[in-house]
Design a binder for this molecule. Sequence first.
Ligand SMILES: *Cc1c(COP(=O)(O)O)cnc(C)c1O
Length: 366
Amino acid sequence: MTHRVINFYAGPAGLPLPALERAQEELLDFAGTGMSVMEISHRAKEYDAVHEEAIALTKELMGLPSNYTVLMLQGGAHLSFGMIPLNLLRGGRKADYIVTGNWAEKATKEAKLVGGDHVRVAASTKEQKFNRLPHPDEIKVGPDSSFVHFTSNNTVEGTQWHEFPQVGQVPYICDMSSDFMWRPFDVSPFGLIYGGAQKNLGPSGVTLTIIREDFLEMCEAQDLPSYLRFKIHAEKNSLYNTPPTFGIYILRNVLAYNKSIGGLKAIEASNRKKGELLYGCIDKHPGFYRGFVTEKAHRSLMNVDFFLPTPELDDQFVKEAKKAGMVGLKGYRDIGGIRVSAYNAVTVDHVKTLVDFMEQFVKVNG
Ligand SMILES: *Cc1c(COP(=O)(O)O)cnc(C)c1O
């Protein structure tokens, strides 16, 4: 049997085994073509079926109303950081950014390169080292704002907006790279949602972008290079240029698998169970495991950051976990400690194995 470990990497991250097995089965002879999906034209009908299915599954799983377009682009969240202001901050428009972590800060920096003073910081928890989200009374959004940008899950720091920020009637633009489709939610306040696939949805190389009709209409810039224009990608159904066909194929496999296990409701239940197990263990041993996030309501179910009593014990924890078949637990370099990334593909059983290990580790070293 093939050797597989339990994967807690932050991104690229583990994929559901059945999605990989399907790729393995279909690799050499995809849909009766006698070729792999990587080796055929992006205009071939066999590829087109995959492309359409990935889009249809995104709409179905997220329950998207008909005024939303699904795009599958390249360049990761990083390119979107620039494309968003390039397309949307035209004609004197202004936007507010909520800065809650490393990635939100990068998004803001890129937006300012394009929009200058028209990009404002509505709130920041940098002074708190991003160990919590801003409270409602700390968020100041201008009435003239075209959108409020926020990061739904802060991958590095381990905070997550369980209730989206209160910003009045101003539409959201959201980077969902690390919690895309972790639960069902109402998309209607969102003008645009984007994220690299490589955390919760698939491999790197695909950027899933969902854009509302009125936001697409705002993208009238004619002077941008074509690839940078959302409107062109929408008009061409993400086939303006050669799309990342293999990445989209794997994304399709993941989404089809997610549907087969009961969709986002079932995934949410599993994610909540995983969170209860992990935070339950941390809270049971407050003298040994210390969470990075200071407010329980802001704790992420995707990335769980904590420290052991000493950096030496952190290292020992990572090493011994690896021996026990669990990888990817070392914290982000700027924060240290441990980070458990428990995205959709991580199962409740995987987390149970880790929590048993954590209990044993306290017994021996606590
Ligand atoms: C990983 C990550 C990014 C960066 O994604 P790229 O695809 O590498 O550009 C941006 N935002 C968040 C929230 C992330 O977790």
